[in-house]
Design a protein around this ligand. Structure first.
Ligand SMILES: O=C(O)CCC(=O)C(=O)O
Length: 248
């Protein structure tokens, strides 16, 4: 595990993201990856009638998982190892507050799959102070060339306006990309066990990966500060965004 110093926290607060290599043992990641790939069709069979928890896409004629929200339910001993004391300590230190786990998901990006538009997670969460972060752990090697996540520097204090997005499975995107066009971009090459930790106000996106590129698979955990509350009116605002999005 990586120790955290004052400088890392300052970097996180300035750019809203930190890259950490070897946060997890490559062997823990390859065990989770193999477990997932061997049982992927079983997962699809088990959860196919729950479109909120399981989202699939057709890649080369085969149904494959894109987002799966229940790895802790499916195999707690395999995926629960990622939600360990160390990651809770890191999240607590970076947010400067006590935290709890809100979600643990598997995400997959395949060649020929869809893009992720630039967004901040807090546009979805609607937290009053945005005190939340995501630990995005590569289970295999990945980079922007095969759909790896990329970031645009943004201080953790700055929340931007969002508008509906036409991208499949993503309903929101930053409203005015022109306003942040000159900001530095951060992209990383992950090996299994490396991760990025991004704040709920980090700006991130992924490009379409060309067909035939290697599939990238991640385990994504989100932690909220215990003190956080959802903003009044957020649910109504989000429902109106979704309604507009369906009309796009
Ligand atoms: O992995 C993905 O497809 C989405 C990633 C993302 O936007 C996030 O983790 O906040």
């Amino acid at each position: 595990m990586t120790a955290f110093d004052f400088l890392s926290i300052a970097t996180f607060e300035r750019q809203s993201v930190l890259f950490l290599s070897n946060l997890y043992d490559a062997s823990v990641c390859s065990c989770a990856l193999d477990h997932f790939l061997i049982r992927e069709q079983e997962i699809i069979q088990t959860y196919h009638d729950d479109p909120r928890g399981l989202s699939c896409e057709l890649i080369n004629g085969i149904q494959t998982v894109k987002y799966f929200e229940y790895p802790l339910h499916f195999a707690p001993k395999v995926y629960g190892r990622f939600v360990n004391s160390e990651v809770l300590k890191l999240a607590t230190k970076l947010l400067g507050r006590d935290v709890y786990l809100v979600s643990c998901e598997i995400h997959s990006r395949s060649g020929g799959g869809t893009e992720i538009p630039s967004h901040q997670d807090n546009a979805y969460y609607g937290l009053s102070n945005g005190h939340a972060l995501t630990v995005y752990v590569a289970l295999n090697s990945q980079s922007p060339a095969n759909g790896g996540l990329q970031y645009i520097e943004n201080p953790i204090s700055e929340e931007l306006e969002h508008k509906p997005s036409a991208s499949k499975a993503f309903s929101l995107q930053i409203a005015d990309m022109g306003a942040i066009a000159s900001r530095p971009r951060l992209s990383f090459s992950y090996s299994a066990g490396d991760c990025t930790i991004h704040h709920s106000r980090s700006i991130h996106f992924a490009s379409i990966a060309p067909p035939e590129t290697q599939r990238a698979i991640v385990l994504r955990m989100t932690f909220y500060a215990e003190s956080e509350r959802i903003r009044d009116g957020h649910d109504l605002w989000y429902a109106s965004m979704i309604a507009t999005n369906r009309a796009l």
